[in-house]
Design a binder for this molecule. Sequence first.
Ligand SMILES: [Zn+2]
Length: 229
Amino acid sequence: MARKRTTNLRARRAILDAARRMNALGLNHGTSGNIGFRAGERVLVTPSGRDYETMTPGDIVEMDIAGGHEGPLRPTSEWRLHRDILATRPDVDAVLHSHSIHCTALAVLGLEIPAVHYMVAAAGGTSIRCAPYRTPTTQALSDVAVEALDGRKACLLQNHGAVVIGETPDACVRLLVEVEYLAELYCRTLAVGAAAGREPTVILSRKMAEVLEIMKTYGKQPDSEGSES
Ligand SMILES: [Zn+2]
């Protein structure tokens, strides 16, 4: 019997690699995280409630924009989040949602991450917003996430977790590493500050504007045989 051909194999592998890396780095909790990747007019997403270690590329679910899907596995219950973000953000092709602990801790407090460190600019702005609480899996949650991501590449979801977006699933994991670090940093400075009677200092907006300008070329090497080192 001929085996069914798995389309978009490279993209499926990229999702799987990123999902495993996210968990190996301790940036998620159990099977709660999920990843979406644009595939032309369709979206590839991680399946609902599956362990990434035993998952195969064929288990990644391909969806259409109406929410329809093929195959035996159901897509992540947060598929609306992936569909809607990719539909409204042509500048990115991948979405990652996680319940990483420090992002979620701040989200429980309903706090955004202010510019307590210049790397907040890695998410594209002078803060990382926190979207108001909405019931998980609903269109309402997707709507507030899209709004909180306006002009940005990361946001928190109140009493829930975080969303990061990027060009690839791997880029999303790398950004999540930064965002979770910023969240942990802010959690710690809030705690130590409370004990010491100090408030965390926040970098001025005009100073963050300078960082955002520098970030446009941050970490990028010249394409040609430039001699910069
Ligand atoms: Zn979630």
